[in-house]
Design a binder for this molecule. Structure first.
Ligand code: HEC
Ligand code: HEC
Ligand code: HEC
Ligand code: HEC
Ligand code: HEC
Ligand code: HEC
Ligand code: HEC
Ligand code: HEC
Ligand code: HEC
Ligand code: HEC
Ligand code: HEC
Length: 412
């Protein structure tokens, strides 16, 4: 006997009685209850052939009863199943979650995922790929696929290097889940169990996921500050008052945003070696000249040696989110504050100590004329002295040989 036969015979008894009771109680012709469906679909062995694959048709009643849709009838999602009699159509059109979750449905439809889905990309996530179907729980439930601790796995199923998706799609970022797990946010989540830390959807949103190049994307350069501001409020407040904020500096040059200095998926703890050693390079991407001259100073050279993370980095002198030009009275390198800035590491520092030129270079006539001319004067003197004595020595050699020969012939 096929499944269908078993089911149909069972339905013959249970479904009909239920249907009649249902109709009597509600006065509606088609008010199928979940029990009507579960009479057949509560059978664990129930399967069907669909698109060349065998799918299970079993729905676990106990699990379903704990979900957010427990009060929804099966037919609220499977509208086509609401038919009188035993046989509903097969196959059915896929469930449309947006019929109730209209707002989210509209946002999703315009997202990178929704657009890919509409184009027929079989690997694009639909609602059920992130939320499941018969075990949908609130995102605050620790068992939900959308609970913060589980989100990196939910997204990682596809965005993990080596997945069918990454193997067939050309995306701008690689090793995302691996990098994320090693980042301060990933460690915060997995090691410290911090559910208030950043997970994929904190930065990308859950339903309005877009490429970074899309102007409205939560990870577009123009919006990234706003995205980090969901949690790092105090830092953004400071940053907005610094020379790097477009609110303060009107310029055509590229102003930095959080990810220029911190990266995106590999954000590290700022007091760790890795971050300290890379910061001069990050600033140097835009301040090439100052970065080069820094590398010629004591601090710059020492930073390339073992233990180099301890010497002064750009941010130890200039600050990080509060950077201002030297002439600004709030600048950490303004004469009013510079002693304090150096004395963090040089407790004996005084104003004369701070005259040590941080970006001094002998090639910079414009900014450091004193150093420039001193360098060339000293170099001139050095070259002159060596040339004079060199010449003197060269001329002296034949002379000394002649003198020696003379002395030998005289028989000494
Ligand atoms: C009499 C038994 C029976 C009852 C009652 C029943 N179904 Fe089914 N259902 C089946 C069978 C059998 C299949 C597989 C169809 C096939 O193999 O032709 C199926 C398939 C399905 C599918 C899969 C459709 C697809 O395209 O993948 C859904 C969804 C479904 N049923 C929902 C329901 C809902 C909701 C109810 C209650 C209103 C219900 N069924 C009541 C027997 C039943
Ligand atoms: C929140 C909406 C929702 C509710 C409520 C719901 N389902 Fe489903 N169901 C789905 C989705 C989504 C699928 C996947 C197929 C699709 O996209 O249409 C599915 C698939 C199925 C299938 C096909 C087999 C499978 O697992 O893919 C059966 C059978 C089924 N549902 C039965 C039921 C029964 C019985 C109930 C009531 C106890 C029920 N469903 C309630 C959303 C729902
Ligand atoms: C027939 C209408 C209907 C359909 C279709 C429907 N839902 Fe729901 N959904 C609801 C209702 C009602 C709630 C409960 C709302 C509440 O508790 O605030 C809910 C709650 C939810 C929640 C939890 C919301 C929260 O605030 O925590 C999620 C997640 C969810 N649905 C996802 C889905 C998904 C995914 C689908 C498609 C597979 C779907 N829904 C289909 C009506 C529906
Ligand atoms: C790429 C994965 C993904 C897809 C696709 C997705 N969601 Fe979500 N959804 C989430 C995550 C993650 C959350 C948890 C909230 C958050 O992190 O912002 C969530 C939360 C929700 C909530 C409850 C909270 C809220 O925002 O009101 C509902 C309802 C919901 N989703 C419905 C849907 C529906 C309907 C669809 C399809 C149109 C859908 N989701 C598609 C990942 C997804
Ligand atoms: C079922 C697989 C799947 C899941 C789950 C999934 N994605 Fe995607 N995602 C894709 C596919 C496929 C694309 C490519 C769309 C395209 O071709 O542009 C994509 C694109 C993206 C993009 C835009 C990049 C681009 O080049 O288009 C971002 C950002 C993204 N996903 C983030 C997420 C986040 C965050 C989650 C979890 C909340 C998630 N994804 C879950 C399959 C998935
Ligand atoms: C702290 C914030 C943050 C977290 C957490 C985060 N991302 Fe990202 N992600 C970004 C930023 C910012 C970019 C864009 C960087 C750029 O402009 O190059 C990005 C880029 C991407 C892209 C490529 C987008 C494109 O335009 O091609 C994908 C895909 C992606 N992230 C997926 C994920 C997934 C999956 C997770 C979780 C494992 C995750 N992200 C966690 C901030 C984050
Ligand atoms: C110009 C480079 C730069 C930019 C832009 C930047 N940061 Fe930072 N950030 C740093 C440096 C350098 C440190 C380390 C400061 C220190 O050593 O105390 C830091 C430290 C931090 C810390 C740790 C707290 C602390 O001060 O020790 C957080 C959190 C942080 N940044 C977040 C952000 C956010 C959010 C943004 C965007 C609003 C941002 N940063 C923009 C360079 C930058
Ligand atoms: C959902 C909240 C949330 C979002 C959004 C978020 N962060 Fe964080 N971030 C945290 C938490 C919580 C920690 C602390 C983790 C820990 O210490 O384990 C943290 C830690 C950090 C640190 C390390 C601080 C230190 O003391 O060394 C940096 C840097 C940082 N975040 C930068 C960013 C940037 C840049 C963005 C935006 C692209 C961002 N965060 C978005 C919550 C968030
Ligand atoms: C994405 C490019 C970018 C990055 C990265 C960046 N800056 Fe800037 N910075 C600018 C721009 C643009 C200005 C505005 C003044 C200008 O036009 O040069 C500026 C101004 C300054 C000023 C004020 C001096 C002046 O000429 O007005 C200081 C000091 C400074 N940055 C230090 C730093 C330090 C230290 C870092 C690393 C922690 C850093 N910057 C990272 C682009 C950047
Ligand atoms: C030991 C402290 C110290 C370190 C480390 C340092 N600076 Fe400076 N920086 C200064 C001082 C003091 C001045 C102002 C006097 C001068 O130009 O030498 C200055 C000037 C500047 C200016 C011009 C500011 C203005 O208002 O005109 C920029 C831009 C700058 N530094 C960027 C950097 C970058 C980028 C790095 C790292 C690669 C760096 N600095 C490392 C102390 C430091
Ligand atoms: C983050 C810590 C830090 C800050 C801030 C700092 N330095 Fe240094 N500095 C060092 C370290 C470490 C050395 C190497 C000391 C050693 O070799 O004993 C050093 C060495 C020096 C030296 C050469 C060796 C010596 O002690 O005479 C001078 C000069 C100097 N710093 C000047 C400054 C000036 C001026 C400032 C402020 C504008 C400053 N430093 C800020 C860490 C710092």
């Amino acid at each position: 006997m096929s499944h269908k036969d078993t089911l149909l015979s069972r339905a013959g008894t249970s479904l009909c009685t239920l249907l009649i009771t249902g109709m009597v109680m509600t006065g509606s012709a088609f008010a199928l209850t979940n029990d009507d469906c579960l009479g057949c679909h509560g059978d664990t062995s129930m399967t069907a052939e669909k698109d060349g694959k065998t799918i299970s048709l079993y729905v676990d009643e106990a699990t379903f009863k704990e979900t957010v849709h427990a009060e929804n009838g099966c037919v609220s999602c499977h509208v086509e199943a609401e038919v009188a009699g035993d046989e509903h159509p097969f196959p059915m059109t896929p469930v449309d979650c947006s019929s109730c979750h209209e707002e989210i449905g509209a946002i999703y439809a315009k997202s990178a995922h929704g657009v890919a889905m509409a184009k027929g990309d079989a690997l694009a996530p639909q609602c059920k790929d992130c939320h499941s179907k018969h075990d949908i729980l609130k995102p605050t439930d620790p068992r939900a696929t959308t609970y913060p601790l589980n989100i990196p796995y939910t997204c990682g199923r596809c965005h993990q290097e080596g997945s069918a998706m990454t193997a067939t799609h050309e995306l701008n970022k690689h090793n995302i889940t691996q990098n994320y797990s090693m980042s301060v946010h990933g460690k915060g989540l997995f090691e410290s169990g911090l559910i208030v830390t950043a997970v994929c959807s904190s930065c990308h949103t859950a339903h309005d996921v877009q490429k970074a190049s899309v102007p409205t994307s939560s990870v577009n350069r123009d919006n990234i500050i706003h995205t980090c501001n969901k949690c790092h409020v105090g830092i953004v407040d400071k940053f907005k008052k610094s020379v790097h904020s477009p609110l303060v500096t009107k310029t055509d040059k590229k102003l930095p945003v959080c990810i220029d200095c911190h990266t995106d998926h590999s954000i590290g703890q700022v007091h760790e070696k890795d971050f300290r050693l890379i910061i001069a390079k990050q600033c140097g991407n835009c301040h090439e000249h100052h970065s080069e001259t820094y590398l010629e100073t004591y601090h710059g050279r020492a930073s390339m040696l073992k233990g180099g993370e301890r010497t002064a980095k750009c941010s130890d002198c200039h600050g990080s989110h509060n950077i201002m030009p030297a002439q600004d009275p709030t600048s950490t390198i303004n004469t009013a504050n510079i002693v304090k800035t150096c004395s963090v590491c040089h407790p004996q520092a005084n104003l004369s100590f701070t005259t040590y030129l941080t970006h001094a270079t002998h090639n910079d006539k414009e900014n450091y004329p004193y150093l420039f001319y001193t360098f060339w004067a000293m170099t001139g003197l050095l070259v002159g002295t060596f040339s004079f004595f060199g010449l003197h020595t060269i001329l002296w050699v034949p002379r000394s040989l002649i003198e020696r020969l003379k002395a030998m012939t005289k028989g000494h």
